[in-house]
Design a protein around this ligand. Structure first.
Ligand code: FES
Length: 82
């Protein structure tokens, strides 16, 4: 299970992903890709691929199985912070 926490330290936004701290300088976005995983994007860099088709052998991480099962879903982007 992947744990993600967002906290403020000395006025700076910090994302903690499985214990690893990543400073959020500008923004954090969750992007649902077309027919694919949810991407956690911090300051323009993809930090994690979350399975949303339910078929990954390595949940919660996407392992590409969505292509084999023909997963179909719309694209959507949500700004979480920034
Ligand atoms: S979204 Fe990629 S394996 Fe589920």
């Amino acid at each position: 299970m992947t744990e993600i926490e967002v906290k403020s330290v000395d006025g700076k936004a910090i994302a903690v992903i499985d214990g690893k701290e990543v400073q959020i300088v500008k923004e954090m976005v969750m992007k649902s890709t077309k027919d694919g995983p949810n991407l956690l994007i911090i300051d323009g860099q993809v930090k994690f691929h979350f399975c949303r088709c339910g078929h990954s052998e390595h949940k919660p991480q996407c392992d590409g199985t969505h292509k084999k099962v023909g997963f179909i879903a719309e694209e959507k982007e949500t700004k979480v912070l920034g």
